[in-house]
Structure formats: structure tokens, C-alpha cells
Design a protein around this ligand. Structure first.
Ligand code: NAP
Length: 264
């Protein structure tokens, strides 16, 4: 007990000591926060993203917090490169346990203006790369008869039909669908797979948009007239990534401050 808090109870339910958690898109926004949260729970965190510098920043923040992280710069849409990185992680870090498929890309356009390049770019990262990461990760767990956790960061946009978010929403809806199939196919291997649908959370992906008059109008229309901060996902993530979530698989947690009640 520390200050009335039963630390053993929390370590047993939510701790990930001696296990590896992989976070994609870990250099910024929700990915950086997810990496810090999992490191605080004891996981050794593998930080993936294309740009090394933001990954180093996340690594330094984790070190300041007393955690351990290693960086692996990679384009998650490059299947061969991802295979090499997963092998490196397996060789140099503790046993694989959790994958947070967080890397993602935005895209706003009316469907009438959408071109094929945009469709490919958004689906390549948000759907195809997440699928390839999850399958490469699950295959390694299954080969070694290890249980694990996969958390796919989708979006409330998968459920709403906001103008200009059709392609982005479709890419995340496809990932939510795949989450259910992964959960079914890998349940007997002890791998739990769940999705999180964040609502609007201020990050590099949308900061400029929320400063425009149209963006401010969106914020004013929200039930609590506020955007989230990246730590809004901490509770959902910790539960799904730890023993506490052992009986939860194939589910989607909507973490949106009630935004879905007003976003069309
Ligand atoms: N913020 C929100 O309101 C919100 C709401 C719902 C869902 N989401 C989802 O949450 C996730 C995180 O977004 P965020 O808001 O934190 O935005 P962000 O700060 O722009 O983060 C996206 C991250 O993905 C990485 N990334 C993009 N393409 C990649 C690729 N091909 N390979 C490897 N890494 C790649 C980026 O790093 P590099 O550029 O260095 O590769 C970046 O660190 C995304 O999947 C997003 O769709 C966000």
C-alpha cells in the first residue's frame, strides 16, 4: 500500500512489467501519449514512425518518466520493412505482448473532389498497414504460443457521416470491421483484439483546422464545447492492453465525450 493505494492490486491488473508493447505513430499526438502510458505501466515500448526525431522526443519523455523505450523508424505501409523491424524488436526486447495500431493519416475532401491518389494514401496507412502490422504481430505470437493484445485506433468518423470525411471514415470503418474478424480468428490463441473510436482530440492532425472559423463552429457544437487532449484515451488503452481487459475482445470503445450525439 502507498498512500492508501494498493499498488500490488494495480500492478497485477494493469501492469506490463517485462513485456514489450509496440506503438505505431509514436512520435506525436495520441501515439506519443499511448507510448508514455504503456511505459508507465511497466512495458518496454517500441516506438515506430517514419521520422526519427519525433520518436527520439517520445523516447526522452519516457526516460524522464523512468520508463524504457527503443525507436524503430519505419514506414508502416512498407510490408517488408515492417517484417524486418518486428524481427529486430523480437531479438532485442522482452517478449511481445501488445500492439497499438495508431499510425494514421487524415484527409478532408468532398467525395466529388476525391481522387484515386487520396483514396490509396488514406487506405494504405489507416487500413492496409494496420492489417499488415496486426497479422505480422499475431503470427509471431501464435508461432511462440504467446498471448497478447492488439488495439486498433479507429475513429468516431467510422460511425458518423460528416461531410468531407467519407474516405477517412471508410478507412477506419474497414479497420473496425477487421478488428472483429481478428478477434474471432485469434481468440483461441489468447490474443485479444479491440478498437478505440476517439472523438475529436487536438493533435497535429487537426490543430490548424480547429483554428479556422469552421473548426471553431464544430467545437461550439459539441456537447461540452471542448476538444479532448491525448490523455483522454489513457483509461481505455490501459484496460484493453492489460490483464484488466482479459475478457474483452472484438469490442469497440467509443471515447468521445459524447460528441457522437451531435456529430452527424
Ligand atoms: N486526433 C483526433 O481527433 C483523432 C480522432 C480519431 C482518430 N484519430 C486517429 O488517431 C491516430 C493518431 O492520430 P493523431 O491525432 O495523434 O495525429 P498525428 O499527431 O498526426 O499522428 C499520426 C502519427 O502517425 C504517424 N504515421 C503516419 N503515417 C505513417 C506511416 N506511413 N508509417 C509510420 N507512421 C506513420 C506519424 O508519424 P510520421 O509522420 O513520423 O510517420 C504520426 O506520428 C490516427 O490513426 C488518427 O486517425 C485521431
Amino acid at each position: 500500500m502507498t498512500n492508501g493505494i494498493n499498488t500490488e492490486f494495480f500492478a497485477e491488473r494493469f501492469g506490463m512489467n517485462g513485456l514489450t508493447a509496440i506503438v505505431t505513430g509514436a512520435g506525436s499526438g495520441l501515439g506519443q501519449q499511448a507510448a508514455r502510458t504503456l511505459a508507465a505501466a511497466g512495458a518496454h515500448v517500441a516506438l515506430l514512425g517514419r521520422r526519427p526525431e519525433p520518436l527520439r522526443e517520445t523516447q526522452a519523455l519516457i526516460a524522464q518518466d523512468g520508463g524504457i523505450a527503443s525507436i524503430f523508424p519505419v514506414d508502416v505501409a512498407d510490408r517488408d520493412a515492417v517484417g524486418v523491424v518486428l524481427d529486430e524488436i523480437q531479438q532485442s526486447m522482452p517478449p511481445l505482448w501488445a500492439l497499438v495500431n495508431n499510425a494514421g493519416t487524415g484527409g478532408r475532401a468532398a467525395l466529388i473532389d476525391v481522387d484515386e491518389r487520396m483514396v490509396d494514401r488514406v487506405f494504405d496507412v489507416n487500413t492496409k498497414a494496420a492489417l499488415l502490422m496486426a497479422t505480422a504481430f499475431a503470427r509471431r505470437l501464435i508461432d511462440r504460443q504467446l498471448p497478447g493484445r492488439i488495439i486498433n485506433i479507429c475513429s468516431l468518423a467510422a460511425r458518423t457521416h460528416s461531410p468531407h470525411l467519407g474516405i477517412y471514415g471508410a478507412s477506419k470503418a474497414a479497420l473496425e470491421h477487421l478488428t472483429g474478424t481478428m478477434a474471432q480468428e485469434w481468440a483461441s490463441h489468447g490474443i485479444n483484439v479491440n478498437a478505440i473510436h476517439p472523438g475529436y482530440i487536438e493533435t497535429d492532425m487537426n490543430r490548424a483546422m480547429f483554428q479556422t472559423p469552421a473548426g471553431r463552429k464544430i467545437v461550439d457544437s459539441l456537447p461540452r464545447r471542448r476538444l479532448g487532449t491525448p490523455d483522454a484515451l489513457d483509461g481505455a488503452l490501459l484496460m484493453l492492453a492489460s490483464q484488466a481487459g482479459a475478457f474483452v475482445t472484438g469490442s469497440t470503445l467509443v471515447v468521445d465525450d459524447g460528441q457522437r450525439f451531435v456529430i452527424g
